[in-house]
Structures are given as C-alpha cells and as structure tokens.
Design a protein around this ligand. Structure first.
Ligand code: C2E
Ligand code: MG
Ligand code: MG
Ligand code: MG
Length: 292
C-alpha cells in the first residue's frame, strides 16, 4: 500500500522498514496522498480563510488579502504553496476557489453589518479558474447570493491570464469589472511578462512580487526593478501594492519610491477573521482633509 509506505518512510524514527525503493518518487506518492486528502478537506471542514492586512503609508489598514489555510487532522498544517498547485493540477481548485470567494464575500458582508469601516478584500484567482467559460456567471452568482457590495471585493490574477488568447482574457476581465469588482495583477514581474500586454489588460492594481522586496535593502538590482515597476504602474495609473515587506528598510525604500500600499510580516501575518477585526478596530481612521 503506497500510502502506508509513505507514512512510514516519513517517520523513520519509529518505522525502520520501507517497502518501496528510495528511488521511487516519494514526492509523487506524497502528492497522491495529498490529493486524496484534499478531496475531502472541504467536507471535513479543514479549510479556513485567513486575512492579511494591507496598510497605507501611515500603517493604517486599507485592505486585506484572503489566503486559504489547510489544517489536516494527522498531517498538520499544509502550506498553500504545496497544495494549491496540486489543486490546480487536479481541477479541485475550481471548487476550492469558489469556496474561498464565497467565504470572503460572506465575511466582508458580515463586517459591514457589524459596522466596521469598509475596506477592500482581495481573493486569489487561479489561472485555471480564470480560463473556465462559466467563471463570470459563477462569480456573479456568488456576489448576488451573498449580497456583498462588489466595490469591496478584488480579484488577484496572475500573469497566466496573458497566456493564450489575450482578446478573450481582456473581454473576461472587462466583464468582471462590469460586476463592480477590482482587478489586480499578483506576483508582478515573475511570470510571462510582456510589457505590451499590460496596457491591454484592464487592471486597477499591480502587486510587486515579494522576491523583489526580499533583499530590497541590500540589492541594487532589486531596487532597480522595484523602481521600474512603480514608475510603470504610476504611468499606467494603477495602484501599487508591495508584497512581503518584512523590515523598516524595505518599507522606507518603497515609501521613497511612491509605493502606495504595503503587505507583509512587518505589519501582520495572515490571521483569522476575528483577529483581523480586532486589528481593524484599533487601526486609526483616516483624517478627513479639513474644510477650512
Ligand atoms: P500570494 O497570493 O502571492 O500570497 C502572498 C503570500 O506571501 C502568502 O503566502 C503570504 O502568507 C505570504 N507573505 C505575506 N507577507 C509575507 C512576508 O512578509 N514574508 C514572507 N516570507 N511571506 C509573506 P501563503 O498564504 O502561503 O500563500 C502562498 C500562495 O498560495 C499565494 O501567494 C497564492 O498564490 C496561493 N494561494 C493562497 N490562497 C489561495 C487561494 O485561496 N486561491 C488560490 N488560487 N491561490 C491561493
Ligand atoms: Mg495573492
Ligand atoms: Mg503574490
Ligand atoms: Mg505568490
């Protein structure tokens, strides 16, 4: 039994036998096991949506990103970086993605009902989901079912939307915007970037990938790239969000180069909705410009 073999091999301290050869692809076996587990994860209520704050220059919370979390009874916490690619590969991402979107809409709606000041919350949309012909209908259905104000919902797309028929992608993005949603380009600069498509895509926001932010205070090359992305985004009248901001030096550099929104462990990790609302309640309200 391949699954049993995998469990024992992973726990060699207790089980000093293996009945598959080490050459057998352990990663492949693990993926088979994970895939089986993932199929039941929604039903077993093992999935959660966490929210990571996005802040402005004054560190006031101005938004959030919804990020899925999977807590498995035996396997423990499993990173989305591990299971999202698997979910994409198996098609499970469609069900999971719709679930995350609906949970987020319900949460945003509930926050408004409780009187919290409205902020925009983003949901990641996989390229697999984006390419499905029924995407716009499904999104519209969930928006109307939950009754959320779409003005406060953003979809984070990846550069994969630019692969294939760009005309179709642009049309689909316009339909999503017509529903009232905002659109952002996630992990910008890491994908199939051709600058010519950027002016075609109806994007509101560009998110600078964290790989460019990680060594920003140390690397001239990262600094040059980040400066260019910010200049490009401003030229195209798009809002800019920096991902993965972990220290003050990175924050300073981004601030000096007119980045508008910041997301990263320096401000907060992704946290459960209830914890997020505590932070939001403490986060200062923006001063209204004086009328004098
Ligand atoms: P992403 O959309 O680029 O999300 C940002 C990732 O960076 C998150 O990882 C977040 O926890 C992490 N992060 C935020 N600030 C920092 C920081 O200061 N330092 C470091 N080192 N990391 C930071 P996470 O939650 O593990 O998610 C990984 C990826 O999995 C996401 O990257 C996204 O591509 C995918 N993902 C997560 N949830 C969903 C989902 O609901 N649907 C889809 N399609 N993909 C998702
Ligand atoms: Mg994202
Ligand atoms: Mg990202
Ligand atoms: Mg990413």
């Amino acid at each position: 039994n391949a699954d049993a073999a995998m469990y024992h091999a992973k726990d060699e301290g207790r089980a000093n036998f293996r009945f598959y050869s080490p050459e057998l692809n352990a990663a492949a076996l693990e993926n088979i096991k994970l895939e089986q587990e993932l199929r039941g994860a929604i039903a077993r209520e093992e999935l959660r949506v966490y929210y990571q704050p996005k802040v402005d220059l004054s560190r006031r919370i101005v938004g959030a990103e919804a990020l899925i979390r999977w807590q498995h009874a035996e396997l423990g916490f499993i990173s989305p970086a591990k299971f999202i690619p698997l979910a994409e590969h198996t098609g499970l991402i469609v069900e999971i993605g719709q679930w995350v979107f609906e949970q987020t809409c319900l949460w945003v709606k509930a926050c408004h009902a409780k009187g919290f000041r409205p902020i925009r919350v983003s949901v990641n949309l996989s390229g697999i989901e984006f390419k499905r012909p029924d995407l716009v209908d499904k999104i519209a259905e969930i928006l109307s079912k939950t009754g959320v104000n779409p003005q406060f919902i953003e979809l984070e797309l990846t550069e994969s939307v630019a692969i294939g028929n760009i005309k179709d992608s642009v049309e689909r993005m316009h339909k999503l915007k017509a529903l009232g949603l905002s659109l952002s380009m996630d992990d910008f600069g890491t994908g199939f970037s051709s600058l010519s498509y950027l002016k075609e895509l109806p994007l509101d926001i560009i998110k600078i990938d964290q790989s460019f932010v990680r060594h920003l205070e140390l690397e001239k090359s990262s600094q040059a790239i980040v400066k260019s992305i910010l200049a490009l985004a401003h030229g195209l009248s798009m809002e800019t969000v920096a991902e993965g901001v972990e220290n003050e030096a990175q924050f300073d550099f981004l601030e000096q180069n007119q980045c508008q929104v910041f997301q990263g462990f320096l401000f907060s990790r992704p946290i459960p909705g209830e914890d997020f609302l505590k932070l939001l309640a403490e986060s200062p309200v923006k001063e209204e410009p004086s009328k004098a």
